[in-house]
Design a protein around this ligand. Sequence first.
Ligand code: ADP
Ligand code: ZN
Ligand code: ZN
Length: 742
Amino acid sequence: MYADVIVDITHEKLDKIFQYSIPENLKNNLVIGSKVLIPFGKGNKLIQGYVIGLGEKTSYDPTKIKEIHALSEEGINPSEKLIRLAAWIREEYGGTMIAALKTVLPIKKKEKEKEVKKVTLRVSKEEGVKLLEELLGKNQRARVRVLSLLLDQKEWDHKTLLTKAQVSLEVLRSMEKMGILSMQTTRVYRKVLPEGAVGKQEIHLNEEQEKIMQTFRRDRQESTRKTYLIHGITGSGKTQIYMEMIDEVVKEGKQAILLIPEISLTYQVVGKFQNRFKERVAILNSKLSPGERWDQMERVRQKEVDVMIGPRSALFTPFENLGLIVIDEEHEPTYKSEQVPRYHAREVAIQRAKEEGAGVVLGSATPSLDSYYKAMQGEYSLMQIDKRATKSKLAEVEIVDMTKELKEGNRSILSDRLKELIEDRLEKKEQVMLFLNRRGYAGFISCRACGYVVKCPHCDVSLSYHKKSGKLICHYCGYEQENVHTCPECGSPYIGGFKAGTQQVEELIQKKFPTARVLRMDMDTTRKKHSYEEILKVFDEQKADILIGTQMIVKGHDFPKVTLVGILAADMSLYGNDYRAGERTFQLLTQAAGRAGRGVDGGEVVIQTYSPEHYSIELAAKQDYLGFYKKEMEFRRMLSYPPVENMMAVLMTGSDEEKLMVAAKYLKEFVFLLKNIEKHQVIGPAPPYIGKLKDTYRQVIYIRSESNNELIHIKDKMEEYIDINKGFQELYIQFDFNPLNA
Ligand code: ADP
Ligand code: ZN
Ligand code: ZN
């Protein structure tokens, strides 16, 4: 018997299968997925590896094949299914097999189990009381304290008892020997779920929700496993539908995964799911300690969990009988990995579901163009909800033209109109959310007097200011020009980059409204483990009037008392230097607007902008998704951007700038020489937005093609070429399909 092993070293040259023979003592417990220790290289150093295949034949000389040393202790074994998924990821997105394998293992190392000792009184009450007197007589105070506590309450966990009685473990041990108490060690899971989820009233599905469920059930009865795209406006009750669908699957004895884009959403979503599925819910998120993550997975392996809720990595929860994967807010860029392999959770979810016979549900009020396009092509099945689930109406949206404010002498980042409305809400004791749009901020140059933005004449994306050269550069094609100091459109000197942070907004608000209770949620205020929950809880309980934040306050939250949402600098994301800027802006504004007026009081939204006529802003104000989709698709068609065509970025990094430039040119030439070149288009090389990072230089080449398979093919060829050519040796090359943050 031979084992195919992937070594746990990330290096292109070692990205292949090594065969090992299996020693007698391991024959019965070695499986596909086992983590093993193997002798490797000339010195036969022991390293870790994963078994990804077993077979009886080898094409090497059997006498030269080395033997597996042992099973690795610290291993977590990926299942065969997940190994196959890893192989798919490797092929689809590039990178090494070991990197792909680690991707499908959300936990790589065993953690210590948490244990508690249960201390129980072993004598009867009467005997206990007698004993107590004896001990008092002997002046054994420590034992007296323990015993009286045990007489009050028969059972304790040992830690609590130790603190309450102010004694050491030795005291308990001695009392155990005396037969007064017993200690029993049991394994417990570290607690991560919020306690005491409130039992809200039961919700009956409305007509729209019920219709969707009927389709879903009918498809399941016919054993059709589809990918659904639920396009439901903000507040249309999508979460309720997810729960209903998951319930359906769980009743059949299967499990479900719910992906949510942001840790700040956990608090509300998990509460709802706990109400429904009680303790059969597990969560993953970036704030959990390794031990807590381990315990959540342990619960999955012990089959104590039906629903896993978490970010991208939760997709790889090793459920044995997966029935459904739901991706909430499917348009969010956090679903795309920023590390190699740069996979998209949506695509991987669909692949996993296909392999395991599960369904996929994508949901959003503002679907990604990619998904909506696929729905239009019939690849996904579209479900639509146009009404809010509660009686509330969508909020009224007002656009405030900041160039006008400037003309009228108001240079503050708060418009007069927004100030007026905030005052009104404070008087009425209603709540306000202020959202500072910083996403996509990439050093673009715009005019505050007329809204003009400096763009690339070839690619129609904004140019970015590069500090080092002082020039404006396009990150797709490399076009560059001198920086400008007066507006080419109107001659105003108010042209430049936009600088304002949430902290400045907070200071400004505090100064203008000294009695208001203000909360701020951004990277700085959420570093601690429970800070998200704490801030959101305070706001939820209406112990604050104004919540100021970045995009993390935009998504999903359901605060019925919020009647005003202010969006500052709506343009910021509009001129991010990539082709998705318009889409991202539309999504952010629509989502932000969707936070207002979810309760009975109705709501208003103020969008402050320097480009009031931009279609992304106008259509977001009208909350007109379809209008936006049509308009944006025209632009994508015209310039052959995704989803019309597919795009692959080849990102090259190196410490020697000149070598890097030469290699980039060679690589581009190589692509030109490939067959069928007329089918694809090569752009660049150009420096990406961050052209130099930590003393390494970066260059990127974009390749566009109608067919994604064609791009994958080109990637394979490039990988071969890079592998055999010395010129690429000191460079690091990554592939990124349909990049999100170019
Ligand atoms: P979405 O995720 O679509 O933005 P939510 O699921 O947060 O919407 O639902 C918005 C609000 O509507 C929530 O407060 C939810 O409890 C409520 N809701 C959902 N479905 C119903 C229903 N069928 N009847 C009454 N209220 C509902
Ligand atoms: Zn101008
Ligand atoms: Zn360009």
